[in-house]
Every structure is written in structure tokens, then in C-alpha cells.
Design a protein around this ligand. Structure first.
Ligand code: 4AD
Ligand code: MG
Length: 497
């Protein structure tokens, strides 16, 4: 058996592929099957005159997603997906599929989500999961290469880490337990044992908001480092993100193309990233320049849409006469253009809303999605915003020694409107201050006894952060909604499949 992604090594030879029928086209004397095997797609041709009758009959009877073993000669062919075509000599059925619900026609998102277990086989979904895999593996490598110890934080917890409003509560024998919102507090304990650690696990938030950035179950990678201050924390965060982007570019070119991702934009993601204080960020939002920039953006977008629409109509004209290979290119370009036009139309709807909300932003308020979009709109790379109002941040954040109202927290905001991908900061290391913070946040000291012990026995300055995996996948794949970044998304309205 040969896998499709190894087929180039077998040019001119006979191979057997084991997979599924992705697409079928039949004519009187030829059946074109696109076969998928998990590693890629391969065009195959069954010619009536070259195969025994029963093979021909079988080829004609196949359904989309029927499982098959297929043998033939590998021919280089520029016009085929992947550059090779299989000239079939033999074919056998592993199992015939029933009428497959996901056809090449357009389906609504709700329908696709109901069939998520099958939708995962579709090309874009396939590509996104492979990018996710690269990110996960890349993150592990990044930390392992730098001497970090991976730790598994518990999923049942007795205390809240990120505020009490979005906790999932469950019965734990005769007590209450909560599904963890973050491994951080446990990570801090482990960092005092190992110096540098990271957790990589599922985290849970009862998010009642239905946005495209929120899941109720998502995966977070959380490094925690003893003796790191806020600046060192930011250095690590930008180095990690740059590394992960470079890994995806190195390993997932094909996948990014399938996703119609603008690769040139990703190539610009290199550390260092801009760092601005929260206070500067608010000033930026409130400024006259921001209003002017948005006006400019509106005009630019309108112009860009016009140009794209012209290109689209000339491609449409060309398509009729184009040869197969060129048709393939045209299709790809049309996909890119349509995606971009959708984006532009969304921007044009948003701009008036953004203009108003930017002016209204006051010091002390947390940032929302639109603020994050505006703060990154001129940047190629993510932006780090540090020094948030302590009021809006968690109890464990250390305050700025020069200004009690400011917490030494940092968020990393991804460009292109993908919003906050990282939250973190320096932790409060003083026992008495931390006790006071627990009180201020109405958190029971009793549940945090173990956490306070970390400040009793050799407390040191320390910092860390959490990267949301799904938001990172969405950004790097150029996916609108986090529901397509995880195999089986969990959201307020979704527990099936
Ligand atoms: O900013 P957050 O809440 O930070 C923490 O949980 C810290 N304890 C992390 C730390 O310092 N160790 O969450 C971190 C990241 C966010 O920036 C976002 O990327 C992601 O987790 N995130 C979500 N992703 C999907 N759905 C949700 N509901 C998310 N909530 C947070
Ligand atoms: Mg946050």
C-alpha cells in the first residue's frame, strides 16, 4: 500500500491506494474518481477498454465516500491535483457508502455542524486539522527545546481561577467541583518545583455569549516561569508565536492553499511585536487619527472591492474557453476573491460601528472584539497590550509598583481581527496582598490555602501566560469561526455530535 502523499516516489510504477471516493465523474468510456486516503487527494482514471468488465461495472456503481482499494500506474500530470494521475488496472470494494449527505453543493453551517463527524473529511476541514496538529506539535517542541517541563493540571478543581461567572459546576460525591477554567494556579505550584513548566490541556468556561471566538471547551497552553518578570514573559510569548507561525509555513503550504489563506500575511509574522500600554491603547482608540484611518479604510475597501469584482467578471468570461489546468487556477483565484469580497463587505458594515465605539472607549473598561481589531489594524504582526486596569483583571495579577490601579498583565492581540490569542502577566507574590485580593474578589480563602502556601514557602517573582489554541488555529488558517478549529466543538448550543 502506498499513501497519496508519497506517490511522487512511484512515478511510472504500479501502486495500490486504500481510501475513499471523494468525487466521481463518469462518461461513456471513462470514470474519473478522485480518491482520498487521509494524506491527500489523487485523481484516478478507469478506462473501459483497459479493465475487466466487473471492474468497469464496479467503478460505475461507486458512491461518494465508498471505501475502495485501487491499483494502477502513476503518471505525472500537471493538470491533476497533486501533479499525478493513476491509470487504473484494478479496483475492489471495501464497503459501499449510502447516499452521502455532504455533497459538493453548498450547505448551511448548521447542517454541516450536525454532520461534523462527516464534515471532517471535507477538504478545508481536513486542512485545518492538519494545521492544528502542526501548532500543537510545534508548541510542545518549542517548550521542550527550552527546558520546560510539561505538566498535566487537574480538570476537576475546587476553586475558580478566572472569576466565578463562567464556572461549570458538577457534583463531586457530596461536594461541588468545577471544571477547570485554566491550569495556571497549579502551574504556579509546579513552576516552584521545576522552574519552567507548561500545561497543555482542555479548559472550560460556561460562556453564554455566542461569538465566533468563544467555545465552552477549548485547549490552552500555559507556560509558567519562576523568576520571570512581565518583560521576560512578553519576550517568551512573541518568540513562541513566531516559532509556531514559521512551523506552519514550513509544513502546511498545501493546507494553507486549500484554506485560501493569504500566505504573504503570515510570512510577515516575526518577532519583535509592538508593545503598547493599555493607557496608550485607549488614547489611540479615542484619537482623531483613528477616525481618519477608518474613513480611509472605508474608501480603500470600496475601491478594492470594485477592482476585485472586475477581475472576477473577466475570470468568469475566461473560464468557458480555459483548458483544464487553467480552470483549476481560475477556480482557486475565484475562491480567493470571493473570500476577500465577503471580508470587505463585513468590514464595510462594521466601520461605522467601530467609529462610534472607538470614541466612546474610557480608561478602566476592558477591550472588546472591535477594540482589538482597531488596535491591530495597522500592524502586520500581533500587538501586545500590557498594563491593564487592575479592576478588569483576575485576583492573582501583580500591580504596577508605581500605580496601584494598573495590573502587570499582558494580552496578545492577533492581526486581521482575530483578537486576543494570549492572556497572561506577572503574578502577585506577596502573601498579605494576595489574601487581600481574594477578599476583594469575594473568593473564599479556605479554597486557596494551598495556593497561598506558595507565597509562604520561598515566594519569588514569577510570570506566565495562556495561549488559546483554537483562536490561534482560526488566525493561522484564516477561519472566521472557532467552531471549525477543533474536531468536535462545544458551544452553548452544541453538544452533538
Ligand atoms: O485570558 P485568559 O482568560 O487567561 C487565563 O486563563 C490565564 N489563566 C492564562 C495564564 O496566564 N496562564 O485566557 C487565555 C486565552 C485567551 O487569550 C484566549 O485565546 C483563550 O485563552 N480563551 C478562549 N478561547 C476559546 N473560547 C473561550 N471561551 C476562551 N476563553 C479564553
Ligand atoms: Mg483574557
Amino acid at each position: 500500500m502506498v499513501y497519496i502523499n508519497e506517490i511522487s516516489a512511484h512515478s511510472g510504477k504500479n501502486v495500490t491506494l486504500k481510501g475513499w471516493v471523494y468525487n466521481i465523474r463518469t462518461s461513456k468510456k471513462l470514470v474519473f474518481l478522485i480518491v482520498r486516503d487521509g494524506t491527500g487527494l489523487c485523481q484516478t482514471v478507469v478506462a473501459k477498454e483497459d479493465v475487466p468488465d466487473q471492474v468497469w461495472e464496479l467503478a460505475m456503481s461507486l458512491q461518494q465516500e465508498s471505501a475502495i482499494e485501487i491499483t494502477g500506474r502513476v503518471n505525472a500530470d500537471d493538470r491533476s491535483i497533486g501533479g499525478y494521475e493513476l491509470h487504473v488496472s484494478d479496483l475492489s470494494l471495501v464497503s459501499q457508502a449510502e447516499d452521502y449527505p455532504i455533497t459538493p453543493k453548498e450547505h448551511g453551517v448548521e447542517f454541516l455542524m450536525e454532520h461534523r463527524h462527516l464534515w471532517l473529511r471535507s477538504r478545508k476541514q481536513w486542512a485545518a486539522m492538519r494545521v492544528r496538529n502542526t501548532i500543537i506539535y510545534g508548541l510542545h517542541r518549542f517548550f521542550q527545546d527550552r527546558g520546560f517541563i510539561q505538566m498535566d493540571a487537574p480538570i476537576f478543581t475546587g476553586n475558580a481561577a478566572e472569576g466565578t461567572t463562567n464556572l461549570f459546576e458538577t457534583d463531586y460525591f457530596d461536594r461541588k467541583a468545577y471544571l477547570t477554567q485554566s491550569g495556571q494556579l497549579y502551574g504556579e505550584a509546579m513552576a516552584m518545583a521545576h522552574g519552567k513548566i507548561y500545561t497543555f490541556g482542555p479548559t472550560f468556561r460556561a460562556e453564554k455569549s455566542k461569538t465566533r471566538r468563544h467555545l465552552t471547551e477549548f485547549w490552552m497552553i500555559e507556560p509558567e516561569m519562576a523568576y520571570y518578570d512581565l518583560a521576560m514573559n512578553m519576550d517568551l510569548a512573541e518568540e513562541m508565536v513566531s516559532f509556531v507561525v514559521s512551523e506552519v509555513l514550513r509544513q502546511n503550504r498545501d493546507e494553507l492553499e486549500i484554506l485560501d489563506r493569504d500566505i504573504a500575511r503570515l510570512e510577515k509574522i516575526k518577532a519583535p511585536f509592538p508593545r503598547i500600554s493599555y493607557t496608550e491603547a485607549v488614547e489611540r482608540l479615542n484619537s482623531k487619527e483613528m477616525q481618519e484611518k477608518l474613513d480611509e479604510m472605508e474608501a480603500d475597501r470600496k475601491k478594492e472591492a470594485e477592482v476585485l469584482k472586475e477581475e472576477l467578471s473577466s475570470l468568469d468570461t475566461e473560464f468557458g474557453q480555459a483548458k483544464k489546468g487553467r480552470k483549476f487556477q481560475i477556480d482557486r483565484r475565484r475562491g480567493e476573491i470571493n473570500a476577500r469580497i465577503d471580508q470587505i463587505e463585513e468590514d464595510l458594515r462594521n466601520i461605522p460601528v467601530w467609529k462610534k465605539s472607538a470614541l466612546k472607549k474610557k480608561w478602566g473598561e476592558d477591550f472588546g472584539g472591535s477594540d482589538e481589531t482597531l488596535l491591530t489594524m495597522d500592524e502586520d504582526t500581533p500587538v501586545m497590550v500590557y498594563g491593564y486596569p487592575a479592576e478588569v483583571k483576575a485576583f492573582y495579577m501583580k500591580r504596577d509598583p508605581e500605580n496601584e490601579d494598573i495590573a502587570l498583565g499582558v494580552d496578545m492581540l492577533a492581526p486581521e481581527g482575530y483578537g486576543e490569542i494570549i492572556g497572561g502577566g506577572q503574578r502577585e507574590e506577596d502573601l498579605e496582598i494576595l489574601k487581600k485580593r481574594l477578599q476583594e474578589h469575594n473568593l473564599p480563602e479556605e479554597q486557596f490555602r494551598w495556593y497561598l502556601d506558595l507565597r509562604r514557602y520561598g515566594t519569588v517573582p514569577h510570570s506566565g501566560f495562556g495561549l488559546g489554541l483554537e483562536r490561534t488555529v482560526a488566525w493561522l488558517c484564516g477561519l472566521k469561526h472557532v467552531r471549525e478549529t477543533i474536531p468536535f466543538p462545544r458551544m452553548m448550543g452544541r453538544l452533538y455530535p
